[in-house]
Write a protein that binds this ligand. Structure first.
Ligand SMILES: O=P(O)(O)OC[C@@H](O)[C@@H](O)c1c[nH]c2ccccc12
Length: 248
């Protein structure tokens, strides 16, 4: 299965983190989401290809894309750093951080605590932790991320994972509408899982499969923020499409 291949190959790339120089004070993804008023908080993703979509667009300077996203009014930027299936690079984090003044979320397949240190060393503000990969270790990774100065965003797709995420203490929970194992998008996933999480005070990010403003409007009663990738990266004018999502 593709997900197993990705996780295995990613683990093979892990190196002991090197001591890196002074890092900037992290920007809060939570604050960025909560400070959006009168429009939708959108996390715009930089992703050049994916197992489900194949090649999305030619690789160009991620800093330029990030600037366009910032001009389009996103609350934060997500950067896929996995190289083999998503066309990303770890160093894209620093490039994006230098280009914009928004929180940057690193998205990769994290299954080893050394990747948490690495993520902070790369300059990210927040890190994606996938409950479906971490299982009972989710809470341990949430704590490790905080200790490293990173805000954890825990991704879930099933009720059991949602409960794991809630119990992990993470404040930010991403409900992935796409099943990472089958790659099928079920747009009702956010509505189905958000209730208990929001009642427990968690901030819910609805992720994946957003095709346009209508998808945002339909899910808005169930989510505090949205994460969109393919619809933006495949657009001729990502800034314009992002503005449509933000103002949906
Ligand atoms: O391109 P989309 O359908 O807008 O989806 C973005 C994002 O949610 C997706 O890239 C994603 C969500 N969780 C992940 C985990 C790993 C890799 C990728 C992802």
């Amino acid at each position: 299965m593709i997900l197993d291949d990705i996780v295995r190959n990613t683990a093979l790339r892990i190196r002991e983190p090197e001591e890196s120089g002074e890092k900037m004070t992290p920007l809060s993804l939570k604050e960025a989401i909560l400070s959006v008023q009168g429009r939708h908080a959108v996390i715009a993703e930089i992703k050049f290809s994916s197992p489900s979509a194949g090649k999305i667009r030619e690789r160009t300077d991620p800093g330029k894309i990030a600037e366009e996203y910032q001009n389009g009014g996103c609350a934060a930027i997500s950067v896929l750093t996995e190289p083999d299936y998503f066309g990303g690079r770890p160093d894209d984090i620093a490039v994006v951080k230098n280009a914009v003044s928004l929180p940057v979320l690193r998205k990769d397949f994290i299954t080893d605590l050394r990747q948490i240190e690495e993520t902070r060393a790369l300059g990210a503000d927040a890190v994606l932790l996938i409950a479906g990969l971490l299982g009972g270790r989710t809470g341990e990774f949430v704590s490790a991320a905080r200790r490293a100065g990173l805000e954890p965003l825990v991704e879930v797709h099933t009720p059991a994972e949602a409960e794991l995420a809630r119990a992990s203490g993470a404040e930010l929970i991403g409900i992935n509408n796409r099943d990472l194992r089958t790659m099928e998008v079920i747009r009702g996933t956010t509505a189905a899982l958000a209730g208990p999480l929001r009642n427990a005070g968690r901030i819910v990010v609805s992720m994946s499969g957003i095709r346009g403003p209508e998808d945002i409007r339909r899910t808005a009663p169930h989510a505090d923020a949205f994460l969109a990738g393919t619809v933006l990266m495949s657009a001729d004018d990502p800034k314009m499409v992002l503005e449509e999502l933000v103002c949906a």
